[in-house]
Write a protein that binds this ligand. Structure first.
Ligand code: NAD
Length: 295
């Protein structure tokens, strides 16, 4: 049996990731805001904790997979935050999509505490997480990356190293999500243009996805958008909007104008304003465009 690790955040992503760690032989001490989520895990392999601090106590690794910056900061620095209990030399593997500034701040805090912070955001929806098919981008100390590798491998199909500085992997994640958002907006506009001119959007998605745009993002999101198949909520529009805000903030901070980021930011802001925040972000784009087109 492998060592016990801490796991904080059993949402759409965290739950299948935790399941894969258990499948790989790890025991977990888990914390989630709503403890009921832990009932979906093998009870013989987990201890349910009442606080993030409890989940991080007496283990060498603690993983966090939480919604956004403020929630992550609370889990680390709050009254029952993990920084209060994490062992000297232990590693906090931080897998949420957050700003580079948050990672840099938490990395510094861990250094002062003689513990470690590893930035490790992921690409892939919950289905990919369940199938152990995530891509993980990492940045942090080399020795910490090496030590964390078996744990990350148990949840992913590939680990990509973006250097030693804490914020770097976040920049890659934010840039990547911007590309996904721009792709969804583009497909929604193209397919709706087809639909308004009497062409079946699904036929268009099949054609482009198997020829000129033969890549997972176009195939998978293309299918959802063309079929208007939005029932399964894998990634909430309100979290997509959070990522669009992260992209806008980084664009401003870097003095790197991103007119396309402004457009997708507006699309998701509109989705949230219309009350679609808990819908899948593909619906935010697909339905947003068809709504505008009067379909
Ligand atoms: P989710 O909304 O399903 O889960 C969010 C988690 O954060 C849950 O554990 C929830 O309990 C916790 N949480 C939220 N607000 C809280 C609060 N105020 N206090 C305490 N806990 C709180 O989100 P998810 O889809 O699992 O995403 C988790 C992270 O992974 C996000 O940063 C997201 O951007 C990123 N991500 C998601 C996907 C995806 O397809 N779903 C893919 C890659 C990365």
């Amino acid at each position: 049996m492998k060592e016990k690790i801490g796991f904080i955040g059993l949402g759409n992503m965290g739950l299948p990731m935790a399941k894969n760690l258990i499948k790989a032989g790890y025991n977990l001490q888990v914390y989630n805001r709503r403890a009921v989520k832990a009932e979906e895990l093998d009870q013989t392999k987990i201890i349910v904790c009442q606080t993030p601090a409890e989940a991080a106590a007496n283990v060498q690794f603690v993983i966090s997979m939480l919604s956004e910056d403020a929630v992550l900061e609370e889990a680390v620095l709050g009254e029952n935050g993990l920084i209060k209990s994490i062992k000297k030399d232990a590693v906090h593997i931080s897998m949420s999509t957050v700003s580079p500034e948050t990672s840099i701040r938490l990395d510094e805090l861990h250094r002062q505490n003689s513990s470690h912070y590893l930035t490790a955001p992921v690409f892939g929806r919950p289905e990919a997480a369940a199938a152990q098919k995530l891509f993980v981008c990492v940045s942090g100390k080399t020795s910490v990356k090496e030590a964390s590798k078996p744990i990350l491998e148990a949840m992913s199909q590939g680990i990509f190293d973006f250097g030693e500085e804490a914020g770097k992997a976040n920049v890659v994640k934010i840039a990547g999500n911007f590309m996904i958002m721009a792709s969804m907006e583009m497909m929604a506009e193209a397919f709706t243009l087809g639909e308004k001119n009497g062409i079946d959007p699904q036929q268009m998605a099949d054609f482009f996805g198997s020829t000129l745009f033969n890549a997972p993002i176009y195939q998978n999101y293309g299918k959802l958008i063309a079929e208007k198949s939005y029932e399964q909520v894998g990634f909430k529009a309100k979290l997509g909007y959070k990522d669009a805000r992260l992209a806008m903030a980084l664009s401003q901070k870097s003095e790197m104008p991103m007119p396309l980021a402004a457009a997708v930011h507006n699309r998701l802001l509109t989705a949230v304003a219309k009350g679609w925040g808990d819908c899948d972000w593909a619906e935010g784009f697909g339905r947003g465009v068809t709504d505008d087109a009067g379909i």
